[in-house]
Write a protein that binds this ligand. Structure first.
Ligand SMILES: [Zn+2]
Length: 449
């Protein structure tokens, strides 16, 4: 990697360090040596090593790179009718087909990076291609963010993601076997699909219907934990959250309104991986378009629209209740869902502040330091401090004034590799709808918020 021997000095930076209030520190110099942050000093007394590449930020804001906890890399966010994606995947399951899928995923990962995401956790993608992309980035063969890769997810026949970004299992034994196979293929985390989703629901209330029998979820968690792998699970109902936590799932993705029993399960975490507090991953980005846009635009039926409303309410209420009761909450976009691009993590941060009702600083802290802690990387990334990996972004305007400052990053550095002119290929039609959504008052969600 080119970053290995390079020294970069960011001078005249306003540092936001990742802590809960982001601790703004003006007129600082941040010295990066190789892949790590070496020193942070007042610019006036900073000793910039000779030969260093000097980047004068002229007061601009330097903060930890964003961490996106829930990313499918296979799509662009353009709303399309799903069609028979499973059949397409079977056609691509060969050498040349896999190369095509890898290229698509790498491009998405690079788009995430150029939009300011220096670490992402996959949430299930076709043909284990996320693992191949992670390895290419780690080996320095490609530019990209740090990737926590699950490979494909684990589901049940007819369950969410089956045949596309998840493999189906019929029995607890098969679940444990698949977990071992995924581990052998290089998975960093196991993804389960415990309940249905908005798109595979044909009846009102169905997105949250429990699809995975508790014994299968338990077997998958037990095997994953034996191999020291954390488990993340797609869950969109209160009942589903209870079953997933009892089974040992470490992070609940999307979520639903809580009950006192569930709060206890979260806070006690007896079935979870030791040392990791069970947490919720809030994903408002895929839910809002269903709730606010005309059903025609999301290609959804009336039933799917009603289900979308239920899921949206569950995600927002679940996140509020979790924060109120001390349950850790992380943030992710669910990129590839309709209207969720690979370059809009900043919108999730802004939705979190707006709908869950936290301050801008805490929202940014959640997307950086908090997410890093929830990934078990709290001493590696997510914080601007000496010894941490140099995962950094710069914005011209102050994100604490308006989180929309994050929409345009002027510099991205990932493990010491600097992109001084990050560019993202945008979809103007999607951006227009998303900007409209961003302009809607909270009350537009009505009872749902
Ligand atoms: Zn997802």
């Amino acid at each position: 990697m080119a970053a290995r021997n390079t020294v970069t000095a960011f001078v005249n930076a306003t540092v936001l360090d990742g802590s809960p209030d982001m601790r703004p520190q003006p007129n600082m110099a941040v010295i990066v040596e190789g892949t790590k942050i070496a020193r942070i000093e007042p610019a006036a007394i900073a000793q910039v090593p000779s030969g260093a590449r000097v980047v004068d930020l002229d007061g601009a804001y330097l903060m930890p790179g964003l961490i996106n906890m829930h990313v499918h890399l296979c799509g662009s966010g353009k709303p399309v009718s799903a069609g028979d994606a499973g059949a397409l995947m079977r056609r691509l399951d060969n050498g040349p087909g896999r190369a095509v899928v890898r290229r698509v995923l790498l491009k998405s990962a690079q788009t995430q990076l150029m939009s300011g995401v220096t670490t992402l956790r996959g949430a299930g993608d076709p043909l284990l291609a996320d693992i191949a992309v992670r390895d290419a980035v780690n080996a320095g063969r490609a530019d990209g963010p740090r990737i926590i890769a699950p490979g494909t997810g684990v589901t049940v026949p007819g369950g969410h993601g089956a045949g596309l970004f998840a493999q189906a299992v019929d029995t607890p034994q098969e679940a444990a076997l698949l977990v071992r196979e995924l581990m052998a293929q290089g998975a960093d985390v196991i993804k389960l699909f415990v309940t249905g989703g908005v798109f595979d629901a044909t009846e009102v209330g169905e997105p949250g219907v429990l699809r995975m029998p508790p014994l299968i979820a338990e077997a998958a968690c037990r095997e994953a934990h034996r191999l020291q792998l954390p488990v993340m699970a797609h869950v969109e109902s209160t009942e589903g959250v209870r079953v997933a936590l009892e089974a040992g799932v470490d992070t609940i993705e999307h979520g639903a309104p809580l009950t006192p029993e569930i709060i206890e399960l979260y806070l006690e975490g007896t079935a979870q991986l030791p040392g990791r507090a069970p947490s919720l991953t809030c994903t408002i980005s895929p839910a809002l378009p269903f709730a606010l846009l005309d059903p025609e635009k999301t290609h959804s039926t009336e039933t799917q629209k009603v289900n979308g409303d239920i899921v949206c309410e569950g995600i927002i209420r679940g996140a509020r209740e979790a924060l109120d009761t001390g349950i850790p909450v992380g943030l992710g976009t669910d990129s590839s869902c309709p209207y969720v691009t690979q370059y809009d993590m900043w919108r999730e941060v802004a939705y979190f502040a707006k709908y869950v009702g936290v301050g801008n600083a805490f929202a940014l802290h959640t997307a950086t330091q908090r997410n890093a802690e929830l990934l078990g990387l709290g001493d590696v990334t997510g914080t601007v401090a000496a010894g941490y990996d140099a995962d950094l972004i710069v914005t011209r305007d102050n994100p604490l004034d308006s989180l929309s400052a994050l929409a345009r990053v002027t510099h991205v550095m990932a493990r010491g590799r600097l992109n001084a002119h990050p560019r993202v290929k945008r979809n103007a039609a999607l951006d227009a709808e998303l900007d409209w959504i961003m302009d809607q008052p909270v009350e537009a969600l009505g009872d749902r918020a």
